[in-house]
Write a protein that binds this ligand. Structure first.
Ligand code: GTP
Ligand code: PEQ
Length: 214
């Protein structure tokens, strides 16, 4: 049976930390592009995706559950009601591959956590979801490891560059342009005029319309 993959998604005014280089409509298009990449990886890994969306949204490749509540509240409702293993995977992981997702859900441990850049949590796989709850924001990776320990659940830390790279800040766009060639997210950035730039030995991004060097 396919593993349920829950993908939290904020379709309206997402990725505000990219406001310095992307207008709201562009951020919404970029968020949708990253979501397509995550959906492709999740589906190819044999999981059945459901979007947990903050507002109205439709996608041909996923079921959608709408819940305007905050991230933790809505996810904890899903976990408490679930009877089968659940993968929670964020929508801002455009480098995700089917192999990385499959490795995570194939863990021998009770659960697996993929840390994100800067202390966050990019994916959580839990075999008995009703024994676990999430606490996102801040150093959520540390909190999620502690919650696993308190619940007596063995936990593998997923060692994956592709699941570790979440796109929050303008610096992260470099990773998409380098390692995400061919992805929907990379195509989206290229169509918006983004390209790599190297200045004083540092790799950054520049935009044809308004040059932004990192
Ligand atoms: N269901 C749900 N998903 C959310 C919510 N906030 C963010 N998300 C999703 O959770 C994931 C990680 O969120 P963030 O990296 O903080 O993304 P964001 O809120 O769009 O970005 P910032 O505005 O820059 O903080 C992404 O897949 C978002 O689409 C929420 O309140 N509810
Ligand atoms: C939701 C949050 O995402 P970040 O802001 O770290 O990308 C987290 O992972 O706790």
């Amino acid at each position: 049976m396919a593993i349920d993959a829950i993908i939290p998604f904020k379709p309206k005014n997402p990725k505000t930390r990219l406001s310095c280089i992307l207008e709201q409509e562009e951020r919404e298009a970029f968020a949708r592009a990253m979501l397509s990449d995550v959906l492709a990886a999740v589906r190819a890994a044999g999981c059945a995706p459901t979007l947990l969306s903050t507002g109205p949204f439709e996608h041909p490749d996923a079921a959608v559950v709408e819940d305007p509540a905050g991230l933790n509240e809505s996810l904890n409702r899903v976990l408490a009601a679930a009877h089968n293993p659940v993968l929670i995977i964020m929508a801002d992981l455009p480098l995700a591959t089917p192999e990385a997702v499959a490795r995570m859900v194939g863990t021998d441990a009770s659960m697996a956590i993929a840390p994100g850049l800067g202390g966050g949590t990019n994916a959580i796989f839990v075999k008995e979801p009703s024994r676990y709850h999430v606490d996102y924001y801040g150093a959520s990776f540390c909190k999620h490891m502690a919650i696993a320990a308190e619940a007596g659940l063995s936990c593998e830390v997923t060692d994956s560059f592709r699941l570790h790279t979440d796109v929050d800040e303008k610096e992260d766009l470099v990773e998409v342009l380098i390692h995400g060639q061919g992805s929907a997210a990379c195509r989206c950035l290229e169509s918006l005029g983004f390209a790599l730039s190297i200045e004083r030995g540092r790799v950054g991004v520049e935009r044809r319309t308004h040059k932004e060097t990192l």
